[in-house]
Design a protein around this ligand. Sequence first.
Ligand SMILES: N[C@@H](CCC[C@H](N)C(=O)O)C(=O)O
Length: 257
Amino acid sequence: MNFFKYQGTGNDFVLVDDRDQTFPAGDQAFIERLCHRRFGIGADGLILLQNDSEYDFRMVYFNADGAEGSMCGNGGRCIVRFAHDLGLFESETRFRAVDGEHVAVVCEEEIFLKMNDVAGMEQHPGHTFLNTGSPHVVKFAEDLAAMDVVGEGRAIRYSEAFQPGGTNVNFVQVMDDHTLFVRTYERGVEDETYSCGTGVTAAALVVHRQLNMPDPVFIQTLGGNLRVSFNPVEGGGFTDVYLIGPARRVFDGVITL
Ligand SMILES: N[C@@H](CCC[C@H](N)C(=O)O)C(=O)O
C-alpha cells in the first residue's frame, strides 16, 4: 500500500489515496502503529482521501491514537494539497469532511481553507471554550515559550468539565496588535503538536471578540506561520472563517507493516 507524508506548519500526516476503499479504516491499532514515531512512519494523524459522489473528494481523518477525530484544519489544508497533486482539481475545490462541506483554494505555497461557521463561545473561569470543527479551550498565557504545555494542557483535557469527550487546549500569548503565538495540546495525539489549525482558528476568534484584534489575525506556531480571516456576525458567531497557510508533501513510500 502506498502512502504520502505531508505537513502543514509542522502538523504532520500520513495521506492515503483510498478511492478504491481498500484501506482497513476500522483497524485502530494498525493506524496507531503507522503514526508511531519509532515503529511506524510517524505522524500526528492519518487521512484517507475517498471518493464522494457530490464533491471532489471526501476527507476521513484519524488522530495518532488511531481513532477517527473531529475536523482537522491543518490536515484539511494537507489533503487539499494532496488532491491538487493528484490532479483532482485545478485551483478551487469542494470536499466533504466529518463536519460537512469545505471549500478551498490553492494559491502557490498557500492553501486557503474555509472552515465551518462558528456559533459562538462559552466563557469559563480562566478560559474560553468553542467549537471550530473540533472542541477547543483557549487560555491566555504570559511566558508561553517557557510553559509546560503538555502538563497544563493534559490537566484541562482530562478535567471533569470536558468529560467524556475531552478537548484540545490552546495557550495563547499576544505578541503585537495583529499577532499571536499559540501552542496546542492535542486530544488524540495526547501531546503538544507543532501547530493545530482548528486550534489557531479558535484562538483568533477569541482574541477578536475579547481584545478586538482585527481581521486577519496572524499566528506564530512552533512549526510556522498561519493567518485566520473571518466575518463576525451579530449574536457572537462568525461566518467566512478561513485558515490560511502552507502545506507541503515531504516524502512517499510503501507500507509493509
Ligand atoms: N491537528 C488538528 C486538530 C485535530 C483534531 C483533534 N486532535 C481532535 O480530534 O480533537 C487541526 O489542525 O485542526
